[in-house]
Design a protein around this ligand. Structure first.
Ligand code: SF4
Length: 145
């Protein structure tokens, strides 16, 4: 989380590249590229963020701390059991992901994003590529604007 600002910038650049490649993805077919992109996403994000491939990434809203590492998988802030030293009540050797999320978010350009309420996770999306989902979502939004 110490590098959350740099990671935020890197992520935004990367998202721009993925968005610019939308015509190419369309030409190949999103269904066909899902598998290789998912493999790359899983590898990169597990190394960098201990990603659990929830399929609906919220890293840019959580100070680049993955909330799916919370034993309770809470996506909207910590439970009431955070210890006074900032560690988890379920796994006492682990720092609360939301303590990290808050610290990370305070280093990011937009510090208000952590206050966004996240919708419940669509369980059917687990294991799929959230990169491709974001690209399709953003392209669809631009199309209808
Ligand atoms: S929020 Fe989901 S996609 Fe993003 S790093 Fe965590 S498990 Fe992976």
């Amino acid at each position: 989380m110490r590098n959350s600002r740099k990671l935020e910038w890197l992520y935004q650049c990367f998202e721009g590249i993925l968005l610019a490649l939308h015509p190419f993805w369309l030409w190949i077919g999103y269904a066909r590229i899902e598998k290789p992109v998912r493999a790359v996403e899983r590898t990169v994000k597990s190394v960098m963020f201990d990603c659990r491939m929830c399929g609906s990434c919220v890293l840019s809203e959580t100070g680049m701390s993955c909330p799916m590492n919370c034993p309770k998988e809470l996506r909207n802030g910590p439970c009431g059991g955070v210890r006074s030293d900032g560690f988890c009540e379920v796994e006492p050797q682990m720092r609360c992901v939301w303590v990290d999320a808050w610290e990370g978010s305070q280093r990011m350009r937009d510090q208000t994003r952590i206050a966004q309420v996240q919708p419940p996770l669509a369980q059917g999306q687990r294991g799929s590529s959230s990169w491709l989902r974001e690209v399709r979502k953003k392209r669809d939004l631009r199309f209808f604007q």
